[in-house]
Design a protein around this ligand. Structure first.
Ligand code: ATP
Ligand code: MG
Length: 226
């Protein structure tokens, strides 16, 4: 089963008098449980593509199906639901909440789900904080953390809800190779245990070793699949 299917996805950004053609006709099918890496130079459209798959942004034309459901047929509330329950997103710029500490940032999506008690939420968050090696920093706010530590909070927040799909925009870009490898191992374990589908964008050759499929993108078009 394809958990994600994009057909002829085009994304244009208006920019003053001109238009930026960020995606120029993307066809992509991702099987459930796959580990897909999206590679491409800066400006090629990786973040745009992940944002569209993650229902954070919308295509100008083309269709996107997540878990067999076509996004454009859904109401906003249903799309919000998919984002919260089915997808974990690790942003290139982290998007942590500045006034919350590391643990509270990780708890945030769990609280929105309204599915667990406060004690369960805390327990799950601390488990993930431990997995990404931040126990010592659990009380630090984002401004009191290094770039790599912030990235690890963002990773923990994306994984804590145990989503079907994890979208990771350059997940190891700010991490040293040992920490990066540990985090990729955590993701591999989730993939094995829960059949979680992972899509990474990356420049990093180390990440490629973990991928089962690779898509190369250039100027908003897929140039190679393998
Ligand atoms: N909000 C926006 N408005 C106008 N143009 C945009 C916007 N967001 C992205 N773009 C443009 O769309 C193209 C694709 O950008 P995108 O961020 O998807 O690239 P990327 O592959 O993620 O790059 P990087 O590796 O640097 O993160 C670029 O030309 C970029 O300048
Ligand atoms: Mg990007």
């Amino acid at each position: 089963m394809n958990i994600i299917e994009l057909k002829n996805v085009i994304k244009d950004y208006p920019l003053g008098e001109t238009t930026v053609h960020a995606l120029r006709g993307i066809d992509l099918a991702v099987e459930k449980g796959n580990l897909l890496s999206i590679m491409g130079p800066s400006g090629s459209g990786k973040t745009t593509l992940l944002n569209i798959i993650g229902c954070i942004d919308f295509a100008t034309t083309g269709t996107i199906a997540v878990g067999g459901t076509e996004i454009h047929e859904l109401k906003d509330s249903a799309i919000t639901d998919i984002r919260l329950h089915k997808i974990g997103f690790i942003f290139q710029t982290f998007n942590l909440i500045p006034v919350l500490n590391a643990t509270e940032n990780v708890e945030f999506p769990l609280l929105l789900m309204k599915k667990y008690s406060k004690t369960e939420v805390r327990k799950k968050a601390l488990e993930l904080i431990d997995k990404v090696g931040l126990t010592e920093y659990s009380h630090h706010r984002p401004a009191e953390l290094s770039g790599g530590q912030r990235q690890r909070v963002a990773i923990a927040r994306a994984l804590v809800t145990n989503p079907d799909i994890v979208l990771a925009d350059e997940p190891t870009a700010n991490l040293d190779s040992v920490t990066g490898a540990q985090i990729l191992e955590t993701m591999m374990e989730m993939n094995r245990v829960s059949q979680t589908t992972f899509i990474f964008s990356t420049h990093d050759e180390h990440v490629l070793k973990y991928a089962r499929a690779v898509v190369k993108i250039r100027d908003g078009l897929i140039v190679k699949e393998g």
